[in-house]
Design a binder for this molecule. Structure first.
Ligand SMILES: [Zn+2]
Length: 432
């Protein structure tokens, strides 16, 4: 099958006017001018999208499918938000996690996302992604609470068993130690030492807020106060380094290829440490802005050679399910700094950057021969260059394709959309 459109944004090659993509089975076999591809593939049918933009399916490098039913609390900063969020989280039942994950997957698919890195405590994302034919990694999130008297080694063994039990449905399962302040050095080390966890993807929240840094430095302040009602004392990593990232590196806790959300509060030299460990930093600008966390030092990270991807986080902290909204939020957030990423850099963050995060470079995140035929078709806004046209708010997602087949179609949305939305609304009203 040939897909053609007025504008094709392969990402791996310059944008094409009047371009096309030839797809055989679930992979791209050629990209080029439509006329050339038609002549070279006379046996192929054509789907002509006309006045549209075809881009690679977007890859959300940090999200929480299981928090899709939450709403942002009215409280202002990170620690106050965390307190309100934890109370809401503890009201959720197993079926609520599952309904939330289904809603989160569907909404992201409708926004052009074809693959993602999920983080959640029950692993409900596995079924939700498989059901939609989406790709990605579900990171089972641990909040590092060994049972009273339980050794870290035994808690780590339990986590490894839970991850092994979740595998299946073609969805990769990884591990997310939630953050250094909820998973302390002993448990983190025990997790690293487990052979079963050596080959899986790891994801965490890193250097997110001023409250986290204050806790790291002094062991007091709003983060401790947010956890106190739960009887939890956040973990500390010792005064080995000015920053959290340096402390993790000192303890051998920064795994190569770690997916690290936020990376907002960096000390000197920490961007270089992330680069050395091939950590992919995930920018979640809506969340950072709502929780008053600050602004990711994007230019510093990229200058040090760190791959930066884009994530939606969750509605709990203001994320909108939609990576294109995050791209525009990033442009706004950095505008005053004079180092705002341009549209091309933003599209790369949400495609090839995301592919790096989930370990699928060369397979996902671009439209090039040999890559999976995962794509989004957008309505075309006239007068914009190809990169701007991909993230412009007036461009609507017409279709999302995975492995060459439509997975979401605006003209003909999946039949279960209504029931999923209705069920989600009911649960949300009970929770919030
Ligand atoms: Zn998060």
């Amino acid at each position: 099958m040939i897909w053609s459109a007025d504008l094709v944004v392969p990402v791996a090659a310059p944008p094409l006017q009047g371009g096309a993509i030839a797809v055989r089975d679930d992979r791209v076999v050629a990209v080029g001018p439509a006329a050339e591809l038609r002549a070279a593939n006379p046996d192929m049918g054509e789907r002509a999208f006309g006045d549209a933009v075809i881009a690679p399916g977007f890859i959300d490098a940090h999200c929480h499918l299981e928090w899709s039913l939450t709403v942002p609390s009215a409280t202002a900063d990170f620690a106050a938000w965390m307190g309100a969020f934890l109370a809401m989280r503890h009201r959720m039942q197993a079926e609520d996690h599952s309904a939330a994950a289904r809603l989160g997957a569907l909404r992201r698919l409708a926004a052009g996302t074809t693959a993602l890195a999920d983080n959640g405590p029950t692993g409900a994302g596995v079924t939700a992604l498989a059901e939609r034919g989406m790709r990605g990694i579900v990171h089972l999130e641990t909040f590092g609470d060994p049972a009273p008297g339980e050794a870290s080694e035994s808690a780590a063994a339990r986590t490894a068993e839970a991850i092994a039990a979740l595998g299946g449905d073609g969805i990769e399962v990884g591990l997310s130690p939630h953050a250094p302040y909820t998973v302390g050095p002993d448990l983190w080390a025990a997790l690293i030492q487990r052979d079963e966890l050596a080959g899986v993807s790891w994801s965490t929240h890193l250097a997110e807020s001023p409250a986290e840094l204050r806790w790291h430095h002094r062991g007091d302040g709003p983060l401790g106060e947010a956890y106190a009602p739960l009887g939890v004392v956040p973990a500390r990593w010792g005064a080995t380094s000015a920053g959290v990232i340096g402390a993790l590196e000192h303890h051998g806790a920064l795994r190569d290829g770690l997916i690290a959300a936020h990376c907002v509060r960096l000390e000197d030299g920490e961007a270089e440490v992330l680069a050395e460990r091939s950590v992919v930093a995930v920018h979640c600008p809506s969340s950072n802005r709502r929780l008053l966390c600050g602004r990711m030092p994007l230019a510093r990270l990229r200058g040090a050679g760190v791959t930066v991807a884009l994530g939606t986080d969750s509605p709990a902290s203001g994320g909108p399910f939609d990576l294109r909204v995050e791209a525009r939020a990033a442009a706004d957030l950095h505008a005053a700094s004079g180092e705002a990423p341009d549209a091309e850099a933003l599209v790369r963050m949400m495609t090839t950057g995301g592919a790096s995060a989930i370990g699928r470079s060369g397979d996902l995140g671009a439209l090039a021969p040999g890559y999976r035929a995962d794509a989004v078709v957008l309505s075309r806004v006239p007068g914009l260059n190809a990169w701007q046209a991909t993230i412009d708010e007036r461009a609507e997602v017409r279709m999302t394709l995975i492995g060459g087949a439509p997975a979401w179609d605006r003209e003909n949305p999946p039949a279960d959309t209504g029931p999923i939305e209705t069920s989600a609304q009911g649960i949300r009203e009970g929770l919030c």
